[in-house]
Design a protein. Structure first.
Length: 437
């Protein structure tokens, strides 16, 4: 997350309880109390001194700071695009398994899921960190040219060798949907994918439907970038972005490596069962947006005193705990609804329950790793995922007992690992927000 001049001014005023005398004093406060490095603190400090600080503080007091949606798209209308992308590609499963075999279909999904997670986390961290996100991405001409050339081969591969190009088609659809959603076209994109699902059920050959969805996604991504002005602001360094992508990809491995997840099951396919945890994450992330309204108001309106820090920590802790509670509540409720639908469709109740429970636990791990990564705690996020993977492997091998679900063991281990790191975040709210770079 990139700190703005308004946020920097609020933190300086919260620390001093008055206007800074000059830019140097602001820089010292931002480095000592805000946790910023000098190369970041000095440019911000120039905008916090004198009249600029008064204007920034007035803005922060009169109107709450708005968190850019590019960081975590949380508008329900736009997130319909992400859910629709999952459901649309799920509609391909049974027809593809019939046409190309279970092994080919399963292999494509197992490859596409972790790679798409890794790319989504990387793209978010590298470019989509503030309101200039898409403009910053559009400015990457060389990278976009190379990516476009590779992506252009996917429709040709779907036509000539669909069984070998399925993973690439899934990758284009899932990663491209992120760009479309960030542009604000989630509803329109979702409607297009709904039509694609209907076409499959109406008898359209599955390879033609895969081709149509890929072309739709590619056209939407191109339009989204071309209708966004270029930005000259620099992206997040690769040294910060690549580890974020690695954490995201490793998180998805939890699903891929779980032996209890049947990737070719037509009645309880894992991608459908991922929807409850996705919905839970949506609600949780919307609640976390309160950090950029409620918490910043607290920091901007108090001086640097012990009771002020305690109050801010209490507010921050309440927001994080509330987000986690919402994740569990909505995931559980939507899992019960989806379970009832799958049971009515003739699926094995025990298998459906185990699948929904396991993927709900996967959502817990992903949420915890995502929170720590978003607050620039990459080491802690990586530790959460590594511990979760280790617990999953042990549970899958029967070391923890035959009755323990691998993903449930992963969620318990991840939670135990994440709690101390989250507590450290909560205890220093100003430093936590200042170091989201």
């Amino acid at each position: 997350m990139r700190i703005t001049e308004g946020q920097a001014a609020a933190r300086v005023h919260a620390a001093l309880g008055r206007e800074p005398q000059d830019a140097l004093e602001s820089a010292v406060v931002l480095e000592a109390w805000g946790g910023l490095v000098p190369r970041v603190a000095m440019p911000l400090a120039r905008g916090t001194a004198g009249t600029a600080a008064r204007r920034a503080r007035a803005t922060a007091t009169a109107a709450p700071v708005k968190r850019p949606r590019e960081v975590t798209p949380s508008d329900p209308r736009e997130l319909l695009g992400l859910v629709a992308a999952l459901l649309a590609t799920t509609a391909w499963v049974a027809p593809l398994a019939v046409e190309f075999g279970t092994a080919v279909t399963e292999g494509a999904w197992k490859l596409a899921l972790p790679v798409s997670f890794a790319l989504q986390w990387l793209v978010r961290r590298r470019w989509l960190t503030d309101a200039d996100g898409l403009g910053r991405l559009r400015a990457e001409r060389g990278l976009l040219t190379a990516a476009g050339a590779v992506s252009a081969l996917v429709p040709l591969g779907v036509l000539l060798a669909p069984e070998r190009s399925l993973a690439a088609a899934l990758l284009v659809t899932w990663v491209g949907s992120l760009v479309v959603v960030v542009r604000g076209w989630g509803v329109q994109y979702a409607l297009g994918l709904v039509l694609a699902v209907a076409a499959v059920h109406a008898g359209l050959p599955v390879r033609a439907d895969v081709l149509a969805v890929v072309l739709l996604t590619q056209a939407a991504v191109v339009a989204a970038l071309l209708t966004t002005p270029r930005s000259s602001s620099p992206p997040t360094p690769w040294g910060r972005s690549l580890p974020a992508g690695a954490v995201g990809g490793a998180t998805a491995l939890l699903v891929v490596l779980d032996p209890s997840v049947g990737w070719a099951s037509a009645s309880a396919f894992p991608v459908v069962a991922l929807v409850p945890s996705l919905l839970g994450s949506i609600w949780a992330n919307r609640h976390l947006d309160r950090v950029w309204t409620v918490l910043l108001d607290v920091l901007a309106s108090t001086r640097l005193r012990e009771h002020a820090r305690s109050r801010a920590a209490e507010v921050f802790g309440g927001i994080v705990a509330g987000a986690f509670a919402r994740l569990l509540l909505l995931t559980t409720a939507s899992s019960l609804v989806l379970g009832a639908v799958l049971h009515a469709d003739g699926a094995d109740p025990a298998a459906v329950t185990a699948l929904l429970l396991g993927l709900g636990c996967f959502g817990v791990v992903g949420f915890l790793a995502g929170v720590l990564e978003s607050y620039s705690r990459l080491g802690s996020a990586g530790a959460v995922v590594v511990v979760a993977l280790a617990a999953e492997v042990l549970a899958g091998a029967g070391v923890l007992g035959d009755a323990v679900l691998p993903l449930a063991a992963a969620a318990v281990a991840a939670t135990a690992t994440a709690v101390p790191a989250v507590v450290r975040l909560v205890r220093q709210p100003a430093r936590t927000l200042a170091t989201m770079l």
